[in-house]
Design a protein around this ligand. Structure first.
Ligand code: HEC
Length: 122
């Protein structure tokens, strides 16, 4: 009895390893979006890539906002381009083609899923 139980456990583990997918593509992409070897994209662009106010500051009595753009409607081409160009505020990332592709995939999926809740209606 005990023996067959451990055999079954062993086979289950073996199957998981063989499948080579403990997490789905979407789960992986989400992790990457929040932790892309550097500061998370969500910190500046928001959870759904809806864009947000990064900081607010006052200069000579006037209030200014530092905003990030909305990135959930950017074309795939532009999305890729933004990783090879320099930005004023956005840090430089060193991501592979697969990783950038995954980030793009994530933004597409998450915005399909969560219909129009908080995604900046600009
Ligand atoms: C420190 C804040 C910050 C972080 C972190 C950040 N960004 Fe940005 N991002 C910006 C800002 C601000 C811009 C606008 C260009 C500029 O001023 O730097 C921008 C521009 C972009 C653009 C171009 C948008 C367009 O309209 O063409 C894309 C795409 C983008 N970011 C994706 C990402 C992804 C994906 C990540 C995570 C790997 C990320 N950003 C992390 C602040 C940030």
């Amino acid at each position: 009895m005990k023996f067959s139980f451990s055999i079954i456990t062993f086979l289950l583990v073996l199957k998981m390893v063989a499948n080579d997918s403990f997490i789905t593509n979407l789960e992986y992409a989400k992790m990457l979006y929040q932790n892309p070897r550097g500061i998370g994209c969500d910190k500046c662009h928001g959870r759904y890539g809806e864009g947000k106010i990064i900081a607010k500051y006052k200069q000579k009595g006037k209030i200014y906002y530092l905003k990030s753009p909305k990135i959930n409607k950017v074309s795939k081409e532009d999305f890729f381009k933004s990783f090879s160009s320099r930005h004023k505020i956005m840090p430089k990332y060193f991501l592979t083609y697969q990783e950038i592709n995954s980030l793009y995939f994530y933004l597409q999926q998450i915005n399909k899923k969560t219909k129009n809740k908080k995604r900046g209606k600009k």
